[in-house]
Design a protein around this ligand. Structure first.
Ligand SMILES: Cc1cc2nc3c(=O)[nH]c(=O)nc-3n(C[C@H](O)[C@H](O)[C@H](O)COP(=O)(O)O)c2cc1C
Length: 223
């Protein structure tokens, strides 16, 4: 048979013989839910250098087997904590739901005058809603921190400040934190152009997953 494009169409294949019924298989163990890693941060600048770095860190988490989610600066434009009606604000509700389902987090901020952005700090203050959760706050979860800046000093301070918040929220800062100084050289047009920085970011993402898996194994082994 000739098709409209002039090529020969393949003949219809003969019906295949019915296959033998397969032996009943043993019931398989229920598969564990995926590790979920949530990235929070960036800025409204386009492209945002800190968001670009955050995406690379999340890529590392994904490569390590996690399902990843990103809440970027636009979705972090929350009313100033505390505000009337904040509990029903759709962005607050979405943030808290995403944090509650996360097994680990990655925080990203541009350095603003030597520390994290007000937008990210305000969003983190909303985690006060997790105070009465069981476990409370970010207990038992690893959190990676990264910062980008034009200069050389503030990014280190910003990573430290993020880690201080992580400690206050009872989480575990990852051994790797990524302070990207003179970020314009490394993060251009929404890409991480320096392989070493990209590798560090991915390794930090992988550490968040590694910790979550270790915690899960520990809990499973607990009497
Ligand atoms: C208000 C403001 C304050 C800043 N303060 C610092 C600073 O203290 N140190 C620094 O290295 N860069 C500083 N920067 C530069 C940003 O941190 C830098 O450009 C960052 O990589 C931008 O990230 P973004 O593209 O995600 O917004 C500042 C920028 C702004 C807008």
């Amino acid at each position: 048979m000739t098709r409209h494009d002039g090529k020969q169409a393949s003949a219809p294949s003969a019906p295949s013989a019915p296959s033998a019924p397969s032996a009943p298989s043993a019931p398989s163990a229920p598969s564990a839910p995926p590790i979920r890693v949530l990235g929070l941060g960036g800025s409204l600048r386009r492209p945002s250098q800190s968001e670009t770095a955050l995406r690379m860190a999340l890529r590392g988490a994904k490569e390590a087997g996690a399902v990843t989610e990103l809440i970027s600066a636009d979705a972090l434009r929350l009313p100033l904590y505390p505000s009337p009606d904040m509990a029903t604000d759709p962005k607050v509700v979405a943030l808290l739901a995403a944090v509650r389902r996360a097994d680990g987090l990655i925080l990203a901020s541009p350095a603003y005058h030597g520390t994290m952005s007000g937008v990210l700090k305000n969003a983190l203050d909303y985690l006060q809603y997790l105070a009465d959760d069981e476990p409370p706050y970010l207990d038992g979860r690893a959190v990676g921190a990264l910062s980008t800046g034009d200069g050389t000093q503030a990014v280190v301070q910003t990573v430290d400040a993020l880690r201080s918040v992580v400690h206050a929220l009872r989480a575990w800062p990852t051994p790797i934190g990524v302070a990207i100084h003179e970020a314009g050289r490394t993060l251009q047009d929404g890409e991480v152009s320096d392989d070493r920085v990209a590798e560090l970011l991915r390794a930090m993402g992988a550490q968040v997953v590694e910790f979550a898996l270790a915690r899960r194994a520990l809990r499973a082994a607990a009497p």
